[in-house]
Design a protein around this ligand. Structure first.
Ligand SMILES: Cc1cc2nc3c(=O)[nH]c(=O)nc-3n(C[C@H](O)[C@H](O)[C@H](O)COP(=O)(O)O)c2cc1C
Length: 275
């Protein structure tokens, strides 16, 4: 592929990128007590000054007590938190950049801080941090509904603050992915299923709620991965057909862009493929 293609502008639903280079979301843990600082705003501004087309921010927590497990990871709810994020977006725009917050709920992933305990306990589909490994309790239907709403509220806030688009973190074994993964989703209600498209219901409900909150003309991205931080070798969709059955549910529910995280981009996803 000719490298020049990367430097062509790209437009979609009002998201106007000066080139096709996108900065991957990267947790930096330098937002004390969950609030982004001036240092964080300048960090993102420097990337925009370097002319990256779109910045996807580090994962930032939605409004559930258990959405983060690190005091230095920024939240995306609350007055001072959102004021901080508006500052970040303004700084990036001053350099002609575009930016999306990556909306995150870590689910049942143990904190490095032994004192960390979210009020009301951890959120997860079935109280498992990885297959067979008990960690907290599975979410009630009420908690599931509240988590869905928390993503929708955060997306509405992102739009209101001037972010050009929003990304849902559906990858890497965090909450949304814990619902996708049969190893961590043993639910017997509508959010559990023997098949992967059935387990995409939670992501689908979030996408529908987000879409309702931001309207039809705002771009929505969801990040997905086969691999899990709990186990790099997991392949939930072993064939292109299974992958299609899983992923088709996501645009059907309102996703515009699928951000596929591979970890090892040089390995083809399926034998015999060059993709
Ligand atoms: C320091 C660091 C922090 C990261 N934090 C996040 C994060 O907050 N959200 C996320 O989706 N990925 C995160 N990642 C993963 C990267 O976005 C990316 O997925 C990884 O470098 C591999 O690239 P690929 O997924 O495109 O194959 C992080 C990576 C690094 C190196």
């Amino acid at each position: 592929m000719a490298a020049e293609a990367l430097f062509q502008p790209w437009s979609f639903k009002g998201l106007n990128l000066r080139n096709r280079l996108v900065m991957a979301p990267m947790t930096r843990s330098f937002s004390p007590d969950g609030v982004v600082t001036e240092e964080v705003a300048q960090y993102y501004r420097r990337r925009a000054a370097g002319e990256v087309g779109l910045i996807i921010t580090e994962g930032t927590g939605v409004d559930r007590a258990a959405s983060l497990n690190d005091r230095n990871v920024p939240r995306f709810h609350g007055e001072k938190e959102l004021a901080g994020w508006k500052r970040v977006a303004d700084e990036v725009h001053a350099e002609g950049g575009a930016i999306a917050p990556q909306l995150w709920h870590v689910g049942a992933v143990r904190s490095r801080d032994p004192e960390w305990k979210p009020e009301g306990g951890y959120d997860s589909p079935s109280g498992l941090s990885s297959p067979g490994k008990k960690f907290g309790e599975g979410m009630s239907e009420e908690a599931v509904a509240d988590a869905i709403d928390a993503f929708a509220r955060a997306a509405a806030d992102a739009k209101r603050l001037g972010f050009e688009t929003v990304e849902l973190h559906g990858a890497h074994g965090y909450l949304i992915d814990q619902f996708f993964w049969d190893g961590t989703n043993e639910r017997e209600d509508a959010y559990g299923s023997k098949d992967l498209p059935g387990r995409a219901r939670f992501a689908g409900d979030i996408l529908r709620a987000v879409r309702k909150a931001v309207g039809p003309d705002y771009p929505v991205i969801i990040r997905i991965s086969q691999w899990k931080q709990q186990d790099f070798t997991v392949k939930m969709a072993p064939t292109p057909k299974a992958l299609e059955a899983w992923l088709t549910a996501l645009p059907d529910a309102g996703a515009d862009i699928l951000h596929c995280s591979q970890r090892c981009f040089w390995d083809p996803e399926f034998d015999g493929s060059d993709l």
